[in-house]
Design a binder for this molecule. Structure first.
Ligand code: TXA
Ligand code: MG
Length: 319
């Protein structure tokens, strides 16, 4: 199994040797490798069993560091960077030649972010290369928000998990880029659209729901538990599954009398940020429970509620 600890010097030494280390971020845990070491990057894809057409996000400690690896051609993206970083935000920028093609799956743009986690920022400052880091889960499964989640699924394949505690946001970063001169969101995530629009003006959504997406990583079925998951109006779902053992993932003040229900409340006080924090942990617990099926309530489409609903739709979709 992987060693779990808080030793940044050890993590930095492993990464410099081309090894993989799981790192904490405010969104989810990442499976990190030296961006400039193609062999190390290759082993990220292998370890996750991730298809090579799905490119990786690179993590840097500052905006100055971004400019070594990519160019800010668009002022709106630059403004977003200066307003928010470090933050649960990823920008798609024209890449410089120093970034190996394997990182971007051959695309001309690279996805970059400055994560908002003290330990990982300290680690990034120690290194003379950025870290390529997809979420530290097997491809297609729920993302990890605690060191133990990584240990359970990838612990036998990696030497070290840097322990930064529970993630403080709990949803992957929001991905923003430019298409035909328009500012577009390619993945809903931990930074709400409302916050982005206040800085950059109206954005367009390019959220792909097909099962053969042009933009990789937006596969229809993703973030998925193994059990059958149903998303929608909770009372209707309960009526349809009345004779089964069910796990309920709900939101807001709720009372259930049926003792056969295993209830997970995302936020009793109807706070979407608290719901984001709990979502992936509850999906895992429901998946590990004895329930036959998992029923999940849709959240209001405000703030992080939109990103949560997006993850739930993908988790419920079958390929
Ligand atoms: O919050 C996060 O973004 C986490 C933490 C670890 O930073 N990382 C993460 O990585 O969610 P991953 O690999 O699970 O998701 C990355 C997404 C994928 O959907 C991928 O297709 C997209 O980013 N992406 C990466 N590079 C891209 C590029 N050059 N152009 C378009 N999309 C890209
Ligand atoms: Mg992922």
């Amino acid at each position: 199994m992987a060693e779990i600890g808080k030793d940044i010097t050890h993590a930095a030494a492993l990464l410099s040797e081309g090894k993989l280390v799981a790192i904490p971020t405010e969104t989810v845990y990442g499976l990190a490798a030296n961006v400039l070491d193609e062999k190390a990057v290759l082993s990220v894809f292998e370890t996750k069993e991730r298809p090579f057409f799905d490119p990786l996000i690179i993590h840097v400690p500052s905006i100055e560091a971004i400019e070594k690896y990519a160019t800010f051609e668009d002022e709106r993206l630059k403004k977003l960077a200066h307003t928010f970083f470090p933050a649960p935000l990823t920008l798609l920028l024209p890449k410089k030649n120093i970034i190996p093609d394997i990182v971007t799956s051959g695309l001309a743009q690279v996805a970059v972010r400055v994560p908002n986690h003290a330990l990982t920022l300290e680690l990034l400052k120690k290194l003379n290369f950025p870290l390529a880091a997809p979420s530290a889960n097997p491809f297609g499964y729920v993302s990890p928000t605690e060191p133990e989640h990584v240990q359970k699924q990838l612990g036998e394949k990696i030497p070290y998990i840097l322990d930064g505690g529970k993630c403080s946001v709990g949803l992957e970063s929001t991905i923003v880029g430019i298409e035909n001169g328009k500012i577009c969101v390619f993945r809903l995530g931990g930074l709400a659209i409302e916050a982005i629009e206040k800085v950059a003006g109206k954005v367009e959504l390019r959220i792909n729901h097909s099962s053969n997406p042009k933009a990789p990583g937006q596969l229809k079925s993703h973030y998925a538990p193994k059990k059958n998951l149903f998303v929608g109006n909770l009372n209707e779902l309960i009526a349809q599954h009345s004779n089964k053992k069910i796990a309920l993932i709900c939101f807001g003040e709720k009372k259930f009398t049926d003792k056969n229900f295993l209830v997970f409340n995302l936020s009793e006080k109807s706070d979407v940020n608290e719901a984001a924090l709990n979502l992936f942990r509850f999906l895992r617990l429901a998946d590990e429970s004895e329930a036959d099926s998992v029923l999940c309530e849709e959240l209001p489409e405000t703030g992080l509620g939109r990103a949560i609903n997006d993850r739930l739709q993908r988790a419920a979709a079958k390929i």
